[in-house]
Design a protein around this ligand. Structure first.
Ligand SMILES: Nc1ncnc2c1ncn2[C@@H]1O[C@H](COP(=O)(O)OP(=O)(O)OP(=O)(O)O)[C@@H](O)[C@H]1O
Ligand SMILES: [Mg+2]
Length: 358
């Protein structure tokens, strides 16, 4: 029997302080032995968004306790761990440094292998924690800072098919929640409010819907929500109608762009079994899941969603990416530094800024 690899994962790229211990199992997936996430929502709520210095200070205060809790909960000692993985980017440098430094220190102190994980690779591989999913697959990564279609060819091998040219989808949800005074964090509150409204009440734009392949754009939609929100004047019915119309417009955009992405995937990858993985914080949105499931039945592919606890930021996905990289000998030296920007496909064109030709 081959030894099953066990990793400690650490995540501090934004406003969640998280640590997790996971072990590979015979099914090609992982046993999550502990998965501790300490959210700073209450600290950032009054500012309506993440304040980097506050987040970094909270990580420093919490990280030691969270790591001890993750190891303590499953009664696994550092001796039994085969390696340590910590998020090294992309994200807020002041936050990333906290988890990365403590991860490197533990690795140095215990003389264990260290893996510096790209947070986006954590999201990209997250469905593998519970599903033995084969490469290559199509990934729709929708989170607070990113919105991309990628081909996941293997661990560390990504090809970007499309990306947002302005805002990330999570950002569009968060800003919509702010404009409608629905509270922070925005995604879940917009989703909840949208169930109470008429999705066809407002006609909102679907930016670049008929051009630019499977690239995405949400800035114009956000501006339209701002314009319509000025007409609400405290009328809850109108507010719910606007939330529902926003959610419906997002569904229409993702439906059309995913259809294009599937066609692009088919042209590049010769396989009868197409898997679409939807990952990242926004993948928790049930309406988006159902909408893409409908498309999958219509044009014949399979959708794979990570469990809700692995959609938002968590350290189990970082530990899992750590195990996958460790098995390919993709280890890092202890002098590896945090990166605020870190694309999965480093050859993909930069798609933001003035003068963008679509
Ligand atoms: N049910 C939901 N519907 C829509 N959006 C959601 C839902 N739940 C969470 N979100 C959104 O997901 C985002 C957080 O996702 P995540 O934690 O992956 O982002 P991040 O780590 O800040 O960004 P990135 O992963 O790009 O670095 C937030 O914008 C939040 O509003
Ligand atoms: Mg994230």
């Amino acid at each position: 029997m081959t030894k099953k690899i066990t990793f400690l994962g650490i995540e501090t790229s934004c406003d969640e302080t998280a640590a997790s211990v996971i072990r590979e199992n015979d099914k090609g997936t992982a046993d999550v032995l502990s998965n501790i996430v300490s959210s700073q929502i209450s600290e950032h709520k009054k500012f309506g968004g993440v304040v980097p210095e506050l987040a970094a200070r909270a990580h420093i205060e919490n990280i030691e306790y969270i790591i001890k809790a993750a190891l303590g909960e499953c009664k696994v000692s550092l001796n039994e761990i085969d390696g340590i993985a910590a998020t090294a980017g992309p994200g807020l440098i002041v936050c990333l440094t906290v988890g990365l430094n403590i991860g490197k220190s533990i690795a140095a102190f215990t003389n264990k292998p260290f893996v510096a994980v790209n947070h986006l690779e954590g999201h990209a591989l997250s469905p593998g924690i519970e599903n033995n999913i084969q490469f290559p697959y199509l990934l729709l990564l929708i989170s607070g800072g990113h919105s991309q279609f990628l081909i996941v060819k293997d661990v560390n091998e990504y090809e970007q098919l499309g990306t947002t040219i302005d805002d990330a989808l999570g950002e569009a949800f968060d800003k919509t929640a702010k404009m409608l005074d629905l509270g922070y964090p925005g995604g879940p509150s917009v989703e909840k409010a949208s169930k109470l409204g008429d999705k066809n009440f407002f006609t909102l734009p679907e930016p670049i819907i008929n051009k630019a392949g499977c690239n995405l754009s949400f800035a114009g939609l956000k501006t339209a929500v701002l314009r319509e929100s000025k007409k609400i004047n405290g009328n809850d019915k109108l507010k719910f109608n606007l939330a529902a119309s926003f959610q419906n417009t997002i569904n229409k955009i993702l439906y059309k762009k995913t259809k294009i992405a599937v066609e692009m995937f088919k042209k590049k990858i010769n396989t009868p079994n197409i898997n679409l993985v939807v990952a990242g914080g926004v993948a928790a949105n049930i309406s988006i899941r159902e909408n893409l499931k409908k498309l999958s039945r219509e044009i014949g592919f399979k959708t794979v969603y990570p469990d809700l606890k692995f959609c938002g930021d968590n350290a189990a996905m970082i530990a899992w990416a750590g195990i996958k990289r460790f098995k390919k000998n993709l280890l890092n030296k202890i002098d590896v530094e945090a990166k605020s920007r870190w694309a999965l496909d480093e050859n993909a064109p930069y798609m933001k800024g003035p003068g963008l030709k679509l």
